[in-house]
Structure formats: structure tokens, C-alpha cells
Design a protein around this ligand. Structure first.
Ligand code: FAD
Length: 446
């Protein structure tokens, strides 16, 4: 072969990277899975650095703990949190309504765990870094361009990145979602606020501690005519001190929610909003309410997507976690995000089929990606829709206002229904939600 001039450079091989937008629960879990499957990936997170204190608490349900277990992180998370062994429902006068035991370890393979949100984030971020991947902080997605053989992301700092596949894990207010589906309405305000945080157990007298029943692993939900308060033990503080998670949801107009979030001090919120509504509730609620306002109050007007997206993917880009299907917090969002990540990783394993030590990794074809995204949607959608339907009901309940008569009826019905359910199922309530494991979850990294 002869050539009279310099050879023109061949076009660069398309990058095989999976580009993950958002280093939250779904994004970090997905990246850990992909590193273990030797699939090249990058994580772009809008925040400038890892926050090791931000947010209140999360309860991770047994199905979410099962994902952490597959990643070898269950024991560490259990150490960082506290097991939740029963739910107790009572009135604002502390009158018993119902008790539901949840022997998660026996029936679902894991107990539900209550922990600081930062504990989950820190654990996942540190694991990823130990596995050799640096999270790219300070890179907020601005634009996304899909080509025949790849996708280019542009960030607010002007930098860009190209890969074979993009996974939008950027949460409720997802930019990826807005770029893929500009006609989809932004998340709606759901009509209620979430307020609360963490207080040291030493805030309470031994008699008050006994009232909370935390030593039996109880999460208490106290309900009045307006509002519900949740009290449970969460993981220990950095200095090893026992702590309580204290959180309320109650209906509040959006302008008041915004005022509480941005203008009012915790002392004002306590005096002007919380005291009139909850100041006369049964002991130890008022003590805890005042303590949480002193210790650091998280305030969150609650939002969610009004309806399911008809598709979660366009060409080479897929949404998972809250970016795809946030309906409002109801105790399952993070667990479902973990499931999404693990299931997607399992499918990516097949389309990349990388062996340990492979020197070069080729990007999957567009046809393979389209087929994989269709499989992802077909498998995940029925479960996500079922959980979302239940979440919507729970969110509806949080903003409901009762009269004394309707509250009495509601409590009687709950008491009867839950007692019958506990008896009928032998205490195994919510098996479909809680016992779920991704098919092949325990062998996918072997
Ligand atoms: C008040 C409240 C209480 C909750 N309690 C529970 C609970 O007890 N149990 C439970 O299971 N779930 C709970 N949830 C829901 C749970 O927090 C979410 O479902 C879960 O965090 C979803 O994970 P995700 O990774 O999809 O999104 P997120 O965890 O929100 O992560 C999204 C990430 O993307 C980043 N990001 C955003 N935009 C961009 C961008 N443009 N470019 C780059 N990065 C970006 C964000 O900074 C963030 O790190 C609660 C939610 C709320 C609001």
C-alpha cells in the first residue's frame, strides 16, 4: 500500500463509557455495580463535594437492604443505622390504634434500617472511591446531545463528556428528564410540608424514653386531626451518642411552606406554626418537637411527579430512580432507586459482556441499547407503578384533615384492618414489596 501524503486521522472510536448524571442513591449504587462488572463509567454530581452531614433520615426497607447486601454493604449500613422492628400507630393522645411487627430478617432477608441520609450517601461514595472511581463533583448537567454512536453531555461549567449511554440519576428535579421530555410538567407541590431532624436521646427523661418504646425497635406514628409525627431511633451520632429521628408531615399552603423554608428561623417555626398545632399532644411529643427545632430543623415542602412517564428512555439515554418515577416520599423511594440501579447493571452486564482483564471494551450497538432499555422498562414498570400507587395513597393520608368523628372512624378501621392482616398473614405484611430481590441478584458479580 502506498500513500502520497499524510494519512487522514481515522475518526476516534466512540467512548464506551456509561455516563451517570447524579451522584445520589441511584447513581452511586449503579456506579458501584458497574465498577464490579468492569464496565467503564463516570459519575457527574452537581454538588461541589460530598456532604457528610446533609439531610434528615431515611428508612431503607428490606428490599433496599437486599441490594446493599449484594454489594457487600449490608453490615456496614446496619452499623450506621438502627433496626426498625415494629410500627406502632397511636392518636395524638397516645391512645393505641394498631401495632405491626416487622420481622424483616426472618421473612424478607433483612430488617428495615433507619439512618441519616448522609450515612447512606457517605457509605456509597466511599465504597465507590475505594473501588477506584472518583466522583466528578461540581458538574451540573446543562445540555445533552444524542448522536448515532454516542451521547455528549455539556455541564454548567462549560466542560463536556462523551459516552455510549447516559443514565439520568439526577433525582426529583432531574435536568435529564427535562431535556428528554420537555413537555412533561415539573414536579407538583403535594399540599403538605415535612419538618424534622435528629435529637439526642439525652433530651428525654428515662420515663419519656419508655413512652417512645424505642428499646423494642419501634417506629411510632402519632396522628391527630391535622398532621402525623414519626418517632424512631436512628443510628448513633459521630460521637456514638444514641439519637432519635423526629419528623412531621402536615398540610400547609405553598406560600407558608416557602416562608418556613427560606424566611423563618426554627424558633419562629416552633412558636408560630408547631406550638399551636402540636403543643398539647401527649408527652413526649412537645419535648421532642421543641428539641428538634433547637438541634437543627430540616424543612421540605413535599413535591412529586403527577403521573407516570410513558417512557423512561430516549435513544441512548435512560432515567432511573426519582428522575424516572418520584411520586412523593412514602418510605420506599431510595429502596426502589437501589433496585433500579442493580437491575440496570444486570442488563448492562449482558450488553457489554466484559471479562475481567479485558484490555479494550467496545460500546454496545444502538440496537442492543434499545432492546435493553425496552427490557428494563418491561421488567421494572409494573413494580414501580404498584409501589407508586401505594405511595400516592400514603401522601394523600399525610395531607388529610380529620374531624373528631372521621378520625375516630379512621382509627377504628385501621385497628381492625391491621389486626386482621397481622393475624391472617402471620405478621408477614407487605411481602411483595419487602421481600423483592432482583432476579439473579446474588450471582451477578461472580
Ligand atoms: C423528606 C423526604 C423523606 C424521604 N424519606 C424516605 C425514606 O424514609 N425512605 C426512602 O426509601 N425514601 C425516602 N425519600 C425518597 C428518597 O430520598 C428518594 O427516592 C431517593 O433519594 C431517590 O434517589 P435518586 O438517586 O433517584 O435521587 P437523589 O438521591 O435525589 O439524587 C439525585 C442526585 O443528582 C444530583 N443532581 C441533580 N441535578 C443534577 C444535575 N443537573 N447534574 C448533575 N447532578 C445533579 C443531586 O445533587 C443528587 O445528588 C424521602 C424523600 C424526601 C423528600
Amino acid at each position: 500500500m502506498s500513500s502520497s501524503g499524510p494519512l487522514s486521522p481515522s475518526p476516534p472510536a466512540p467512548s464506551p463509557d456509561v455516563l451517570i448524571v447524579g451522584g445520589g442513591v441511584a447513581g452511586l449504587a449503579l456506579a458501584i455495580c458497574l465498577r464490579r462488572l468492569h464496565i467503564p463509567c463516570r459519575v457527574f454530581e452537581a454538588y461541589p463535594h460530598l456532604s457528610e452531614t446533609a439531610g434528615a433520615c431515611l428508612q431503607i426497607a428490606p428490599n433496599g437492604i437486599n441490594v446493599l447486601s449484594a454489594l457487600g454493604l449490608k453490615d456496614e449500613f446496619v452499623r450506621r443505622g438502627k433496626k426498625c422492628l415494629q410500627f406502632r400507630f397511636c392518636t395524638h393522645r397516645d391512645e393505641h390504634v394498631a401495632e405491626v411487627p416487622i420481622d424483616g430478617d426472618k421473612h424478607f432477608g433483612a430488617d428495615a434500617i433507619m439512618a441519616g441520609r448522609y450515612q447512606l450517601h457517605t457509605m456509597l461514595a466511599r465504597t465507590l472511591e475505594a473501588d477506584g472511581l472518583a466522583i466528578e463533583y461540581g458538574r451540573r448537567l446543562r445540555a445533552l446531545e444524542q448522536h448515532a454512536d454516542g451521547v455528549t453531555l455539556t455541564f454548567e461549567d462549560g466542560s463536556s463528556a462523551t459516552g455510549a449511554i447516559v443514565v439520568g440519576c439526577d433525582g426529583l428535579h432531574s435536568t435529564t428528564r427535562q431535556l428528554l421530555f420537555p413537555a412533561v410538567p415539573k414536579p407538583d407541590f403535594l399540599g403538605y410540608i415535612g419538618l424534622g431532624g435528629v435529637v439526642p436521646l439525652s433530651t428525654l427523661t428515662p420515663e419519656q424514653v419508655a413512652l417512645t418504646r424505642i428499646d423494642q425497635g419501634t417506629m411510632t406514628a402519632m396522628r391527630g386531626l391535622v398532621g402525623v409525627w414519626y418517632i424512631a431511633e436512628t443510628g448513633p451520632s459521630a460521637t456514638g451518642e444514641r439519637q432519635l429521628f423526629v419528623w412531621t408531615n402536615f398540610p400547609l399552603p405553598l406560600d407558608m411552606c416557602n416562608k418556613a423554608r427560606t424566611e423563618m428561623t426554627p424558633e419562629q417555626i416552633c412558636k408560630e406554626i408547631l406550638e399551636p398545632l402540636f403543643g398539647d399532644w401527649a408527652d413526649p411529643l412537645p419535648t421532642l418537637m421543641r428539641a428538634v427545632c433547637r438541634e437543627g430543623l430540616v424543612r421540605q415542602p413535599i413535591q412529586g411527579l403527577g403521573a407516570e412517564l410513558p417512557h423512561w428512555s430516549v435513544e441512548r439515554t435512560l432515567l432511573i430512580g426519582d428522575a424516572a418515577h418520584a411520586t412523593g416520599p412514602a418510605g420506599e423511594g431510595a429502596s426502589v432507586a437501589l433496585e433500579d440501579a442493580q437491575y440496570l447493571a444486570r442488563l448492562l452486564k449482558d450488553v457489554y459482556s466484559v471479562k475481567p482483564g479485558d484490555a479494550t471494551v467496545t460500546a454496545p450497538s444502538s440496537a442492543a441499547i434499545t432492546a435493553m432499555f425496552a427490557q428494563y422498562d418491561a421488567h421494572r414498570r409494573p413494580r414501580v407503578v404498584a409501589i407508586n400507587n401505594e405511595s400516592r395513597e400514603r401522601c394523600e393520608e399525610k395531607r388529610r384533615v380529620y374531624t373528631p368523628w372521621s378520625a375516630w372512624m379512621h382509627n377504628r378501621m385501621m385497628s381492625v384492618i391491621l389486626s386482621v392482616l397481622v393475624w391472617w398473614t402471620g405478621g408477614v405484611i407487605g411481602a411483595e414489596e419487602n421481600a423483592y430481590k432482583i432476579p439473579g441478584y446474588d450471582t451477578m458479580f461472580s
